[in-house]
Design a protein around this ligand. Structure first.
Ligand code: ADP
Length: 458
């Protein structure tokens, strides 16, 4: 078993990894930027090393500084968390080259799946259903237009290197293609250093359903069921739940088998997520595979009782999976709400500030993953996630009722948050009926921001 892990991340996910390590008797080294001096995750770790200034490029994205810290503190493993360098195959390769185990898949697998176009090619060759789209990258707007005409409008122009909802533009007719092409490509070049794009059919009003995979280095691969991440704003997830209200037993089995096939085709090792979108006619399409722990992993933990971070560390230690597919039974229902420091009245733009009073919910069936505390500074340098509130109930209705009361207990002063939106979602009759699609929040944003007389029954 690994003995000392460098946690190459910050905030709640750094705290999450450190907590798992502590339970496993693994020492931890936190790395932090000058903006995170005194942050909760640094105090939970066995020790902490400052790696540079606030700007992520100079700290959490500074591979050399991070690996020097890992070597200087004799770490035998490194957990990348999510975001930052977690999906950099070059970083994973360099970590391994320096004799440190990377808690994630092999670098070649990260590279193959991180390029969405290459991932599509791999999945096509292995019989995994794809959203109809171009065979490969399109080099010019004209070529994109020809592909779009063959596929049928509306289409999405998507960056092969994209992530976090960036590098995706919609084109409804030939007149939209030139600007969609240059915007998607330009954004991807600016954000990811790679402007390659491809064309995909736009699936109208889809649901987003993803499967959690665990794979060891002996070829054993299981899935831990699905998460439904349909509730999004600007292609970014807002609320996740497990199981999905949109799948019946047969569809769940079919998608689960497809997800395992996708992971096997990629030679996958460690925890990963196979993402699908579902149309209204029962069709499912692969969109991408994420090669890291996901923000929303706790909903799966709540319904399976399997600590995914712990399993990541087992797998990275070269041990075989401790669970079979039959062990991964799902019980009850879990919902996660992402509480962000953002201003709902100002297009949900990030709202940094200093936390004043803080009261976190607790009690039966409630879990809060956070690294904030009263008086802590929410800086503008990193993402706006403040806390993840996760609830578990025996049924979906029980989980909804529990989330309502958990959000009622949550008090955060000092920064603006999206708490009101999350709370109103819990009273939406469409959400309660499980009848939503990825455009639901944006279509209903006016009503969701306006507190109305709430019907407290389900
Ligand atoms: P990213 O890697 O940036 O998260 P994804 O490919 O996972 O990008 O897509 C993000 C979201 O965009 C999906 O959850 C879905 O809501 C939407 N989306 C992606 N592809 C399509 C598509 N072909 N049709 C409709 N919606 C899509």
């Amino acid at each position: 078993m690994l003995k000392r892990i460098l946690v190459a991340n910050r905030g709640e996910i750094a705290a999450r990894v450190i907590r798992a390590c502590r339970e496993m008797n693994i020492e931890t080294v936190a790395v932090y930027s000058e903006a995170d001096r005194g942050a909760l995750f640094t105090t939970l770790a066995t020790r902490a090393v400052c790696i540079g200034p606030a700007r992520a490029e100079e700290s959490y994205l500074n591979a050399d500084a991070i690996l020097s810290a890992a070597l200087g503190t004799n770490c035998d493993g490194l957990h990348p968390g999510f975001g930052f360098l977690s999906e950099s195959s070059a970083f994973a390769a360099e970590t391994i080259r320096r004799g440190i185990a990377f808690v994630g898949p092999p670098p070649e697998v990260i590279a193959a799946l991180g390029d969405k176009n290459a991932a599509r090619r791999l999945m096509r060759a292995n019989g995994v259903p794809l959203v109809p789209g171009s065979e490969g990258l399109v080099a010019t707007a004209d070529e994109a237009g020809r592909e779009a005409a063959a596929i049928g409008y509306p289409v999405l122009i998507k960056a092969a290197a994209g992530g976090g909802g960036r590098g995706i533009r919609r084109a409804d007719s030939p007149g939209d293609v030139a600007s969609a092409f240059s915007e998607a490509s330009g954004e991807a070049l600016a954000c990811f250093g790679d402007g390659g794009v491809y064309v995909e059919k736009l699936i109208e009003a889809p649901r987003h359903v993803e499967f959690q995979i665990l794979a060891d280095s002996f070829g054993n691969i299981i899935h831990l069921g699905e998460r439904d991440c349909t509730l999004q704003r600007r292609r970014q997830k807002v609320l996740e739940e497990a199981p999905s209200p949109a799948l019946d037993k047969a569809a769940r089995e079919l998608l689960g088998e497809t997800a395992v096939r996708a992971a096997r085709a990629a030679g996958y090792v460690n925890a990963g997520t196979v993402e699908f979108i579902l149309d209204g006619n029962g069709n499912h399409y692969f969109i991408e595979m994420n090669t890291r722990i996901q923000v929303e992993h706790p909903v799966t933990e709540m319904v399976t009782g399997i600590d995914i971070v712990r399993e990541q560390l087992h797998i990275a230690s070269g041990l075989p999976l401790r669970y079979s597919q039959a062990d991964a039974a799902v019980s009850g229902h879990a919902i996660e709400c992402r509480v962000n420091a953002e201003d709902p009245e100002n297009a949900f733009s990030p709202a940094p500030g200093k936390i004043g009073f803080l009261h976190l919910p607790g009690g039966y069936g409630v879990r809060v993953d956070t690294a904030i505390y009263p008086g802590c500074e929410i800086t503008p340098y990193y993402d706006s996630l403040l806390a993840k509130v996760i609830v578990h109930g025996r049924t979906r209705n029980e989980a909804v009722l529990r989330m309502r009361r958990a959000l009622e207990e949550l008090v955060i002063t000092g920064v603006k948050t999206n708490l009101g939106l999350l709370y109103m979602l819990m009273f939406s009759t469409d959400f309660i009926a499980g009848k939503t699609d990825t455009g639901f929040i944006e279509r209903n944003i006016g009503a969701l921001l306006r507190p109305v007389e709430k019907d407290m029954t389900l």
